[in-house]
Design a protein around this ligand. Sequence first.
Ligand SMILES: [Zn+2]
Length: 66
Amino acid sequence: MKIPFMSGKSETAIDPVCDMSVDTGNPGGGAATHAGEVYYFCGPGCRVAFEKDPEDYLSGEKSIEM
Ligand SMILES: [Zn+2]
């Protein structure tokens, strides 16, 4: 769902661990780089999980239920 709430440049990315959308300007869990791509996370737990097994989350084999 997209809501044009603010007219600024607010971009979102999908957290690869839990599939939530994350504001790339202020990611709750920070960002991690993997294979040259930057990924953003809703919370530190998702980032830690991703950094342990990035390939599994990117391939969809693993996911976290929220
Ligand atoms: Zn997450």
